[in-house]
Ligand binder design. Structure first.
Ligand code: UFG
Length: 348
């Protein structure tokens, strides 16, 4: 069976994808520097799947260390590149850290791919590349607007670097490079086992961890950022998608890259969203109704940099990758809450 290298394998999306790939029968090699994740996640991945894989501690910014690991791990068929910083607010405060980590790490990885003959790559991109779109839902052809943050810039530039790379000189073995960029909308929820999920450090930036921590009593109340947006209830609208559905799309993407009738184009992009937009108030209501509780919340000012409304047209991923969405909004809320409670009982 094919061998897949995962960078950022113990992170939120990386860990769920590791489970999905192992369950699909792939062999895995995982890399992480644990700067934003915990090494213990790797045991949980193996516990859920009943399968083993090799996990290495390595920082992609350290090219020599990366190359050393790849010397020990030959015959990699494809790499999925998750490893990156992702906090929007932090990126505005420390843009250079984001450029060094996300773009520097990616350059080292691309170089290592050339050196070790890895021709297939899946890239973690984001709907942030669409900026504040004029027309929704967005398709893959929608214009790429000025990113709202340095984090968003690293995704837009990361995609552009990969586009140039696939067009560059064909490696000596004659095997062309192929890249699939997956533009995630808002990944939420956790594995149904509640053994892996999103590990947040300190005060969460994102809505769902804030909701679950408020439900847990860790936060006094939730603030809804702005109630005067031009949406159906005045709060921002997003396309929330279960992290296991995002993970499944990576298996579909790898199948396509390595399959018999593999991607005709060396560069392709797919939106990963449900195609349904939900407002912040609708998310609070869904959480309250699924988990039968009332959340303390109040309106606060708008959060700088927030996009008003964005959701996906996901036809391309469904038609070309054969991607199927299996989890509902209720599943997102139930699994997010199960994970928060499990973390209180048996923390990672
Ligand atoms: N929100 C609140 N209160 C909170 C947290 C969030 O009202 O305490 C609101 C936000 O204002 C926004 C919505 O909930 O309207 C979703 O916010 P998140 O922070 O959960 O998600 P974002 O849409 O801002 O960000 C996500 C990813 C980023 C990515 C971005 C692209 O976290 O990595 O989408 O649009 F860049």
């Amino acid at each position: 069976m094919a061998r897949i290298l995962l960078t950022g394998s113990t992170g939120y999306i990386g860990s769920h994808t590791a489970v999905a790939l192992l369950e699909a029968g792939y062999e895995l090699v995982g890399l992480d520097n644990y700067s934003r994740s915990l090494a213990g996640v790797s045991q949980r991945i193996q516990e859920i799947t009943g399968k083993t894989y090799t996990q290495h501690r390595v920082d992609l910014v350290d090219a020599a260390a990366l190359n050393k690991v790849l010397e020990q791990e030959p015959a990699i068929d494809a790499v999925i590149h998750f490893a990156a910083f992702k906090a929007v607010g932090e990126s505005s405060a420390y843009p250079l850290q984001y450029f060094r980590n996300n773009l520097g790490g990616q350059i080292n990885l691309m170089q290592a791919c050339d050196q070790f003959g890895i021709r297939n790559l899946v890239f973690s991109s984001s709907c942030t590349v669409y900026g504040n779109p004029q027309v929704i839902p967005v398709t893959e052809e929608s214009p790429l607007l000025e990113p709202e943050s340095p984090y968003g810039r690293t995704k837009a530039v990361g995609e552009a670097m990969l586009r140039d790379w696939v067009k560059s000189t064909v490696p000596q073995d004659g095997q062309e490079r192929q890249v699939i960029a997956l533009r995630y909308f808002n990944p939420v929820g956790a594995h149904p086992s509640a053994r892996i999920g999103e590990c947040t450090v300190g005060v969460p930036d994102n809505l769902i961890p804030y909701i679950t921590q408020t439900a847990m009593g860790k936060r006094a109340q939730l603030t809804v950022f702005g109630n005067d947006y031009p949406t159906r209830d005045g709060t921002c609208l997003r396309d929330y998608i279960h992290v296991c559905d995002i993970a499944a799309a990576h298996v579909d993407a790898v199948n396509r890259l390595l399959g018999q009738n593999s991607s005709s184009s060396p560069w392709s992009v797919y939106n990963l969203g449900t195609g349904i937009g939900q407002t912040v108030l609708e998310m609070i209501q869904a959480f309250e109704s699924v988990n039968q509780m009332n959340l303390p919340w109040s309106y606060g000012p708008r959060r700088p940099g927030d996009v008003v409304a964005v959701y996906a047209n996901n036809r391309k991923a469904v038609d070309e990758l054969g991607w199927q969405i299996r989890y509902s909004l209720q599943d997102m809320m139930r699994t997010a809450w199960d994970w928060e409670q499990m973390q209180a009982k048996d923390p990672l």
